[in-house]
Design a protein around this ligand. Structure first.
Ligand code: UD1
Length: 422
């Protein structure tokens, strides 16, 4: 079994680079299905979720070439529809994007149920509502989600999302780019990865405007073509390293970021008493004295990202005073609290709220990464804690962090990956 071992208490110093955004790379990889052509993607992170997505496409007949340094080409000319492998699909949430992409290309999608982190129920009713607005019929058949375009193919329609869902916005965009006529998505998600997907699709010949606002307009085109595209930097990875620097102390320059995407994280770190200096494409985080408590409410972008609250919970567990984190997106995202408690954190969870009473210090312990960002929180806690932290189930962390152990070692952390062969 692979584990991460951390000897805590060392300050972090130096530069750390951010990889491409997992949550942008995933929809863009599935969007390649719509192009029926060769696409070159750059700055693709080397993480399990991305590699699984590429494997799903390869199994469907795509030709994927990894040229190294984060560049891949994906050629979907010879793709066969509705043949994705359920054992792979069930391992990641982003496989739901096969629904929109297959529907857009073949007029029909049959895809198994997706997986991903367990944050409580993660329905896809809004995705389905969007497909239906384009004239498709949807149902569940033999354990697969089955969506079929109406006679004559998909037609543009008006979609109002009850929730500004990232996944539903992406899936409707994928289905609509080649539908006949105009589609509008109201109450669309505004996350940077929605904009990145729209930019990629527009480079391939799509006609999408308004991405990044809550009203997206898509005028269907007959055909898309391949393109070369560079994925944006991962704001959650960047935020994780910013919080790690604040937790362990020292001075770290997080390079290759879009500072605008980091505003909520930067603001909270400054409110806690950390130093954050902004450059054109970097943020330098420093801490020389103890931090103080803050309250955090997560919400859809541009609100505070739900994917950053576990990391902040670890930091707040070592800050002076009492903090409250309120989760505004998912039903159950505090499963990591019991793990942080093993490291001496005082976190009391009630429904969607966690009350954190800061301790003078955390102590190392054997803990389990219950999901991706929970794993990142344990790494942050381990970097600052006294003694040794041993994190198991690190495959959850490898789903979304490109070489996190190597990158943190590079700025002075005593962290290593072991495989005890069990
Ligand atoms: C994506 C991200 C995830 C991030 C989340 C919120 C990927 C692969 N994952 O997940 O890292 O935490 O956005 O920023 O990009 N909902 C419904 N019905 C639907 C769809 C969603 O009720 O049809 C609810 C969900 O249960 C959840 C909320 O809406 O409570 C937000 O979900 P959504 O934005 O869709 O998140 P994901 O796309 O699953």
């Amino acid at each position: 079994m692979k584990k991460i071992i951390i000897n805590g208490g060392r300050q972090l110093r130096g530069d750390i680079s951010v990889s491409g955004m997992k949550n942008a790379a995933l929809p863009i990889i599935f969007a390649c299905i719509l192009t029926e052509d060769k696409c070159t993607l750059e700055n693709v992170p080397d993480v399990t979720d991305v590699n699984l997505s590429l494997k799903i496409l390869e199994d469907m007949g795509a030709v994927v070439i990894r040229t190294g340094g984060g560049t891949i080409t994906v050629d979907t000319k010879k793709l066969a529809g509705q043949t994705s492998r359920q054992d792979l699909v069930s391992r990641l949430r982003a496989s739901t994007y096969l629904l929109g992409a297959e529907l857009g290309r073949f007029g029909e999608a049959k895809v198994g149920f997706s997986g991903g982190c367990d944050f409580g129920v993660r329905p896809i009713d809004q995705h389905i509502k969007g497909f239906e607005a384009l004239g498709a019929k949807a149902g569940v058949e033999s354990g697969l989600n089955h969506v079929v375009a109406g006679p004559g193919g998909l037609r543009g329609g008006s979609v109002y999302l009850d929730i500004a869902s990232v996944g539903a916005t992406i899936n409707v965009m994928l289905a609509a780019v080649k539908a006949e006529g105009r589609t509008t998505i109201d109450n669309a998600a505004r996350e940077p990865h929605i904009v990145d997907l729209a930019n990629f699709l527009n480079m391939c010949g799509a006609r999408i405007t308004g991405a990044g606002t809550s009203f997206i307009k898509i005028t269907g085109v007959e055909k898309l073509h391949g393109c070369s595209y560079t994925i944006i930097p991962d704001m959650i990875e960047a935020g994780t390293y910013m919080v790690a620097a604040a937790a362990a102390g020292g001075r770290v320059r997080v390079k290759g970021v879009i500072p605008k995407h980091m505003e909520t994280v930067t603001a909270k770190l400054i409110e806690m008493g950390a130093g954050v200096d902004e450059g054109d494409d970097c943020l330098t985080v420093s801490r020389s004295s103890r931090l103080s408590s803050v309250n955090i409410k997560t919400f859809f972008y541009p609100g505070f990202p739900t994917d950053m609250h576990p990391q902040f919970a670890a930091l707040l567990a070592m800050a002076d005073g009492t903090s409250i984190i309120t989760e505004g997106v998912f039903d159950n995202r505090f499963r990591y609290a019991d793990e942080l408690a093993k490291m001496n954190a005082d976190i009391n969870v009630a429904g969607r709220t966690a009350t954190i009473i800061g301790k003078k210090e955390l102590c190392g312990a054997p803990v389990t990464a219950v999901d991706l960002r929970a794993g990142a929180a344990l790494i942050i806690a381990g970097l600052a804690a006294s003694g040794m932290t041993e994190i198991s189930r690190i495959e959850t962390i490898e789903r979304g962090y490109d070489d996190i152990v190597g990158k943190l070692s590079g700025i002075g952390a005593d962290i290593r990956l072991i495989d005890d062969g069990l």
